[in-house]
Design a protein around this ligand. Structure first.
Ligand code: HQG
Length: 182
């Protein structure tokens, strides 16, 4: 498996479908690295600790995190399965960005940003990253989120423990969203 395929595989099982390979995550989303390697092998995918370490060191985005003893791994964001990452609310930057497809914009400006299939709405600290995220869905449009004002008005924000440029929140009501003009 090349590193992109491995990263996608790890994201799939650790964020969405551990049962696809018979892997168990604990309530906080941790999988035992040895179990992950064993179950992946039974599924015909040969990975080892070095390949996992390479991904974690060399990816442009930090998608995963290891426990301090190195025995467990979990995704740092992106989950759709019900896990408690035990993140503490943190004051976000003044502004954050969300990249989406042009087709979604009217609905977002009417209904707010919803987490859809994931546990949280994902926000980026930079316009460039938001543009990359939006481009996955279609012609990218950047939305500016008044995150500090939201936080001051009682909405919780969480910084991903693996990728510090990603912030999570449950829902962004439309008064806190502005479309960034090019
Ligand atoms: C849209 C990737 C219509 C939302 C990225 C998005 C991210 C609405 C889509 C992370 C809506 C959900 C997550 C509404 C939201 N009406 N559309 N009211 N509210 N949407 O994939 O943020 O590379 O679940 O704009 O970097 O694109 O995989 O979320 O377009 O950090 O590590 O519904 O995944 O990380 O799409 O991406 P997604 P996302 P990785």
């Amino acid at each position: 498996m090349d590193s992109t395929a491995l990263s996608k595989f790890l994201s799939y099982v650790l964020r969405h479908h551990p049962e696809a390979i018979g892997l168990e995550l604990d309530e906080n989303g941790w999988a035992k690295v040895s179990e992950l390697i064993k179950k992946a092998k039974e599924d015909g995918r040969y990975i080892d600790r070095n390949a996992i370490r390479d991904i974690m060191q060399n990816s442009s985005k930090q998608r995963f995190i290891l426990s301090s003893d190195g025995k467990y791994i979990r995704a740092g964001y992106g989950h759709s399965i019900d896990v408690d990452l035990q993140l503490k609310p943190k004051t976000p930057p003044e502004k954050l960005y969300h990249g989406t497809a042009r087709n979604n914009v009217a609905s977002i400006l009417e209904n707010g940003l919803q987490a859809q299939s994931r546990n949280f709405v994902h926000l980026s600290t930079t316009v460039d990253e938001a543009r990359n995220v939006g481009g996955r869905h279609g012609e990218p449009v950047i939305l500016l989120i008044f995150s500090r004002r939201m936080s001051c008005e009682g909405y919780d924000f969480f910084q991903s423990e693996s990728e510090k440029s990603i912030w999570l929140t449950s829902y962004v009501p439309n008064p806190y969203i502005d479309q960034l003009k090019k």
